[in-house]
Design a protein around this ligand. Structure first.
Ligand code: NAP
Length: 258
């Protein structure tokens, strides 16, 4: 197993939850990372905790192409090389179905979960491809390059209770597999992680009722922790250059569905 000591990472949605756990584990494995989220003060505190020589921050909306450019440029400016380990993580849930969820939140969710992911995959993928444009065959594997995307079990199994959120993740799964087919032959690994229930700020942001969360966690729990997903993201990124773990579905043991 390789370490991540020569890797430059970018992680969106790293001010909390899964993104923060991935940032912590990547830095512990030797990577240097650019972290993003809208809450700049949280990012700064995390940089201080993990080491400001290893962590740079770019605060802002992950769906804004200006912010995405700034994140990718920060990797080069601070660490002297373009990012080779991009985690497309920022996202949010939404309580309810197509029939019952708050329509006032649909656009923001689609923008964050789908358009933000699409822009980052495209902009990071373009930079990665440019690096090996002159190479052919196995020579394209000169450097490990990863784009790791957070999907969900509700992006694979239709859930009537969160079908609007789930539909954004179905779309993200499609984008990720499409990008894998396009970029894999160029030596860029595009991977999907599909978590089940993970305890984080996610439930509060989505607007799930506390009682529902308690009952659900009691029924299927213990839920996953962000660190469980961090280990998967580290496992994927630390494979030898010619080995691609393309898709990992991870649930709490007692979660039957979705
Ligand atoms: N928790 C689960 O059960 C679960 C299950 C399956 C998949 N997932 C997916 O895993 C990913 C991370 O979720 P989580 O559980 O870690 O949720 P979380 O604890 O709520 O963290 C979400 C992160 O995304 C950031 N974020 C949200 N909107 C953003 C925006 N527009 N621009 C920049 N950053 C933004 C938040 O930071 P700021 O508020 O500072 O912007 C925060 O750092 C999401 O894509 C989610 O859909 C979660």
């Amino acid at each position: 197993m390789q370490t991540l000591s020569d890797r430059i990472g970018v992680i969106t949605g790293a001010s909390a939850g899964i993104g923060y756990a991935i940032a912590k584990q990547y830095v512990a494995a030797g990577a240097r990372v650019v972290i993003n989220g809208r809450r700049g003060e949280k990012l700064e505190a995390i940089a201080k905790e993990l080491g400001s020589d290893k962590v740079a921050c770019v605060a802002g909306d992950c769906a804004d192409v200006g912010v995405i450019s700034a994140i990718l440029e920060m990797a080069e400016k601070r660490f002297g090389r373009s990012a080779d380990l991009v985690v497309v993580n920022a996202g949010r849930g939404l309580n309810g179905s197509v029939m019952t969820s708050d329509t006032g939140q649909w656009e923001e969710m689609v923008r964050t979960n789908l358009l933000g992911a699409a822009h980052l995959i495209r902009m990071a993928g373009t930079k990665m491809m440019a690096e090996s444009a002159a190479l052919t065959g196995p020579a394209v594997l000169t450097r490990s390059r990863d784009i790791i995307v957070l999907g969900s079990t509700v992006g694979r199994h239709v859930s009537p209770f969160s079908s609007m959120y789930g539909s954004t993740k179905f779309a993200v799964h499609g984008l990720t597999e499409g990008a894998r087919r396009e970029l894999g032959p160029k030596g860029i690994r595009v991977s999907l992680i599909e978590p089940g229930f993970v305890v984080s700020e996610f439930q509060g942001v989505a607007g799930y009722a506390e009682k529902w969360v308690e009952e659900t966690f009691a029924r299927i729990g213990p839920p996953l922790t962000p660190d469980d997903i961090g280990r998967v993201a580290t496992f994927i990124a630390s494979q030898p250059k010619g080995v691609h773990v393309a898709d990992v579905l991870i649930r709490p043991t007692r979660q039957d569905y979705p």
